[in-house]
Design a protein around this ligand. Structure first.
Ligand code: GLN
Length: 240
């Protein structure tokens, strides 16, 4: 078995160690004897959605998001939308998450028209939403992370939130939702990075990718003692 990952803009969108998510996917696949390749899709590079099983986009500041807008519209937008619609597994963090929606209106008045692949929009305010936070998915997975964003995201009817807030701001600090999910695409404000201290969520994404490609498949259990301790520590220090 082999899972092929496309990592979009690894050099430009890598806030708070978001690249750590790729290391986790790779390690958890390899520990189970599943091969894994990671292609870096940087500015100026094109890709074909059919060549990959998983896609990852990290977070960035307003500046990088603005710089990348033109590049995104040179074909990456079409392929990403195709990946999303065809049920490939996509994980996008913060600035990368915002890029999948309709637009991002920055706090200083710039309107960045994005992919519109998912039904939501984001509006920035000067006051940022910062802190350790936690939320729970509908499968009951509790996720801890760190958020730092000016953008407030508002979901439309065509998508679901990724989770309900336990503590922190999440999408907009108003409606108790965090992130987005649509088919096998997941967007979240969780930096930190999210997967190292949330191994259940990492395995959830891996199982979806394996199911897509090879049909149903039980994942071998790994020793998550350290990961669970890290998560427990964050929970007890900052959340509950
Ligand atoms: N520029 C976006 C915001 O501030 C995203 C920031 C981020 O990726 N941390 O809302």
């Amino acid at each position: 078995m082999i899972i092929k990952i496309a990592h979009l803009y690894p050099d430009m969108l890598n806030l708070y160690g978001d690249r750590g998510n790729i290391l986790v996917l790779k390690t958890r696949l390899k520990s189970r004897g599943i091969d894994c390749t990671v292609d870096n899709i940087t500015m100026g590079k094109t890709f074909n959605a059919d060549d990959y099983d998983m896609f990852f986009i990290g977070g960035g500041q307003d500046f990088e998001q603005d710089v990348l807008l033109n590049d995104l519209k040179k074909g990456k937008d079409r392929e990403l939308s195709r990946a999303i619609e065809s049920g490939k597994v996509v994980l996008a963090i913060c600035g990368g998450y915002q890029m999948l929606g309709k637009y991002y209106q920055t706090y200083d008045g710039k309107k960045l028209e994005y992919l519109g692949a998912l039904d939501f929009y984001t509006v920035g305010k000067e006051e940022r939403m910062i802190g350790n936070y936690a939320f729970k998915t509908k499968e009951g997975i509790e996720i801890v992370g760190f958020e730092n964003h000016s953008g407030r995201t508002y979901l439309g009817k065509g998508v679901e939130p990724l989770g309900k807030m336990i503590k922190g701001y999440g999408n907009n600090g108003e409606d108790g939702t965090e992130g987005v999910r649509y088919k096998n695409t997941f967007g979240t404000y969780s930096h930190g990075p999210i997967l190292p201290k949330n191994p259940q969520f990492a395995d959830f994404l891996i199982s979806l990718a394996i199911k897509n490609k090879y049909g149903s498949q039980e994942l071998k259990t790994l020793d998550d003692n350290f990961e669970n301790k890290a998560k427990k520590q964050v929970m007890s220090l900052y959340i509950k």
